[in-house]
Design a binder for this molecule. Structure first.
Ligand SMILES: CC/C=C\C/C=C\C/C=C\CCCC(=O)SCCNC(=O)CCNC(=O)[C@H](O)C(C)(C)COP(=O)(O)OP(=O)(O)OC[C@H]1O[C@@H](n2cnc3c(N)ncnc32)[C@H](O)[C@@H]1OP(=O)(O)O
Ligand SMILES: Cc1cc2nc3c(=O)[nH]c(=O)nc-3n(C[C@H](O)[C@H](O)[C@H](O)COP(=O)(O)OP(=O)(O)OC[C@H]3O[C@@H](n4cnc5c(N)ncnc54)[C@H](O)[C@@H]3O)c2cc1C
Length: 648
């Protein structure tokens, strides 16, 4: 064990196992998680070479094999709990997505949430036994964000009681769905529904695309892989062109809207229920932001504890780079954000399941807030985590740029979360739409609830414009900082609403007023999400009984809140005092930095990083990894080429 990393662990002021148990929910949950992870770690079938040594085709083939092995092994172990399946898969997947990913994350959830009981009886056994292997085909070449303008059509033919599906233009070709290119034999296709000559907008249909026996594309189906991407090498994102493909009427997902045999249309209680799967994934992505950022912090902080470089005091040995204030200022606010997002991810998942429970009982009243919260937190946390992973990579110097560091793979796998499932800017504007509506309701004296209730508070406190009030904070008191973030959010929501109002008074259209206020609208959503994150971090602290853990997390929460103020100093005051306080907090966190990342409890296999190894023996393992590179399998490859050139 590297002596530096040993010393770091000896210096910690809290028990990492206590914090790990808290993150898992209990000591028993930690035990069970580790037990499941060890099933993968000790399984020779999952001890394979680094995908970075493979071609794209080899990576895809290996991913399909791994997905298949995981299915069989989970069955053999009798593991069926969704959370335990997730622990098993994320250990086997390491940093990468799996070939069957869309089947699990979107195809199955759509069947669960949008099929009638009769349809579930038919399709769930097929899908749960992987006879029907599916994807979620919504995006087209011409449209990803603006889904009301998607062009694929599903036209009802009452004479045969079938839908006829068509992609009438090049821009209507389905493009991007994961698992579409080679893996899936079915797709949930989002198409404009036409019946009795009328268009009823976007609806979901189960479309067979390949023969379940031969896996050949079915008649009228043109399907394939869209080619190499920035990352996601294991996933065959594909294209799909449908030409007069007929499916039975019963293949329209009819839990909310129906088409009768005669073609008559029965509309849903809300036309946004078709969008439900997107809300689910957005809510789950918040937790993915926490995991990607916490893995990156684990790698960068452990490496920073064993890397010695440069000279801090003349004549002294080279210090650990973790002792540089500049290195701490890079990494510790990200460590704080990783903990903050861990708690927000838990909150978002709980809130999603609570509200969808109400929706399943027919109460749709909280759907707008769920949509706004999932959209905003997905954008807020992915933008922060995405930038943070890059900071962690660069904080590791040249070795961070090596694939064996794990950081490039974490980055290229995570970064599309800022785009898919709702492009982040568009999502922030969706949240702003909800905030402006709530602001107007508060002004009219309506009582708000949930995460926007502060808009009432700010109205009651002082009726004059919120934006005129100074923000004074006690920079050592988290509750005071929460209030500052709340006031900032209220201010920026008011600024955005007033910008809209001003634009409208210039007698331009609602749409132009909206577009001309987009900067303020996005900033208002960002401030709202930032307040929600700080508030949830503070609320989590109130649940912690262990004083040592409470103390170290309180320090992280103060750092997160104060650092956020420096990033948005225009919205707050007292900058110089805050900078000094931040420096003091960095010093406070320093002895616990490694223990704090150890508490995330990522085993080396899942971390997949020679820099972040638990034992800190970085250089030895880097050299061993490099020697396994395919280019090193022969000694004279380049020399032969060089000789050929020389002889010409
Ligand atoms: C565990 C998983 C972890 C990681 C994932 C792992 C693997 C997966 C890998 C990749 C998966 C990626 C899959 C995809 O990308 S699928 C495609 C995703 N596409 C999108 O997200 C499209 C984004 N665009 C939209 O959602 C919409 O176009 C829109 C931007 C929201 C605008 O819609 P529109 O109908 O035009 O709405 P508006 O006119 O703006 O508003 C009307 C009204 O509707 C409300 N609304 C909008 N959307 C929703 C919704 N989803 N739920 C509820 N309500 C919604 C909106 O608030 C407004 O309400 P008002 O009351 O204000 O009128
Ligand atoms: C790795 C990956 C996996 C994917 N998997 C799937 C999948 O499985 N199934 C599927 O259906 N799709 C999938 N997608 C597609 C993804 O959902 C879309 O790329 C995403 O919805 C963004 O749409 P777009 O690509 O059309 O971007 P656009 O909407 O064209 O965005 C381009 C730019 O325009 C801006 N813009 C667009 N509209 C507005 C607006 N109203 N106001 C302000 N600015 C705006 C955006 O902010 C952005 O900067 C995947 C994409 C990726 C990268």
């Amino acid at each position: 064990m590297n002596p530096d990393i040993c010393r770091e662990r000896e210096n910690a002021t809290f028990n990492t196992e206590t914090l790990t148990n808290m993150l898992d929910g209990s000591a028993e949950k930690t035990r069970r998680r580790r037990e499941i992870e060890s099933l993968v770690i000790n399984d020779p079938d999952f001890q394979h070479d680094d995908p970075n040594f493979m071609s794209r085709s080899e990576r895809y083939d290996a991913a399909v094999k791994k997905s298949s092995q995981m299915i069989m092994k989970l069955r053999d172990y009798g593991i069926s709990d969704p959370e335990e399946i997730y622990f098993y898969k994320r250990t086997a997947r390491r940093t990468f997505h799996e070939a069957f990913g869309l089947h699990y994350t979107m195809f199955l959830p759509t069947l669960y949430s949008q099929c009638t009981p009769e349809q579930q009886k038919k399709w769930l056994p097929l899908a749960e036994n992987f006879k029907a292997l599916g994807t979620y085909a919504q995006t087209e070449l011409g449209h990803g964000t603006h889904i009301r303008k998607l062009e694929t059509t599903a036209t009802y033919d009452p004479s045969t009681q079938e839908f006829v599906l068509n992609c009438p233009t090049v821009s209507s070709i389905k493009w991007w769905p994961g698992g579409l290119g080679k893996t899936s034999n079915h797709a949930i296709v989002l198409a404009q529904l036409y019946t009795l000559g009328k268009c009823h907008g976007l609806h979901a249909f189960i479309v067979p695309i390949r023969c379940m026996k031969t896996h050949q594309p079915l008649p009228g189906v043109t399907v394939g892989d869209i080619g190499p991407k920035f990352g996601f090498e294991e996933v065959d994102n594909g294209y799909l062109k449908l030409e007069n493909v007929r499916i039975p009427r019963e293949n329209m997902l009819m839990k909310y809207a129906q088409v009768e045999p005669d073609g008559s249309y029965l509309k849903p209680p809300s036309d946004k229920l078709t969008y439900g799967t997107m809300v689910f994934i957005r809510a789950m992505i918040v937790g993915e932001s926490a995991r990607a950022l916490s893995k990156s912090c684990t790698i960068a902080i452990r490496y920073s504890a064993v890397r010695h470089q440069s000279e801090l005091r003349p004549g002294e040995p080279e210090p650990q780079i973790l002792d540089y204030q500049a290195q701490q200022y890079k990494l510790f606010p990200l460590l704080a954000a990783a903990y903050a997002f861990t708690f927000v991810g838990q909150y978002m998942s709980d809130t999603y399941h609570r509200i969808t429970g109400h929706i399943n009982q027919g109460d749709f009243s909280q759907l707008p807030e769920l949509h706004a919260l999932a959209a905003g937190l997905k954008a807020f946390t992915t933008w922060t985590a995405n930038a943070g992973i890059e900071v962690c990579r660069m904080a590791c110097g040249g070795h961070g740029y090596l694939c064996c560091s794990g950081l490039p793979d974490i980055y290229v796998t995570f970064t599309p979360t800022c785009t898919y499932e709702g492009e982040n800017t568009v999502m922030m504007l969706q949240t702003a739409r909800f905030l402006v509506k709530c602001y107007r309701q508060a002004r009219e004296g309506q009582q708000l609830s949930g995460t926007v209730s502060y808009l009432n508070e700010q109205q009651r406190l002082q009726p004059q414009p919120v934006s005129s009030r100074p923000t004074v904070v006690n920079i050592n008191d988290l509750a005071s900082l929460v209030e500052a973030y709340k006031l900032r959010a209220a201010k920026l929501v008011e600024v955005a609403a007033k910008s809209l109002q001003g634009e409208l008074q210039r007698s331009i259209s609602q749409e132009d007023a909206w577009n001309n206020s987009s900067i303020e609208l996005v900033r208002a959503s960002d401030a709202h999400c930032h307040y929600v994150v700080v508030e949830l971090f503070a609320a989590k602290l109130s649940e912690i009984s262990d004083t040592a853990v409470h103390s170290v997390l309180n320090t992280l929460a103060l750092l997160y809140a104060l650092h956020g103020i420096t990033l948005n100093s225009g919205d707050f005051l007292q900058l110089s005092q805050i900078t000094q306080r931040i420096k003091a907090l960095l010093v406070e966190i320093r002895p616990n930095a490694v223990a704090l990342v150890d508490s995330f409890d990522y085993n080396d296999e899942m971390l997949n990083s020679v820099l972040g190894r638990y034992d800190g023996n970085v250089y030895e393992s880097m050299f061993e990894w490099a020697k396994r590179s395919p280019l090193n399998r022969t000694e004279v490859r380049s020399f032969i080429i060089f000789n050929i050139i020389q002889k010409k």
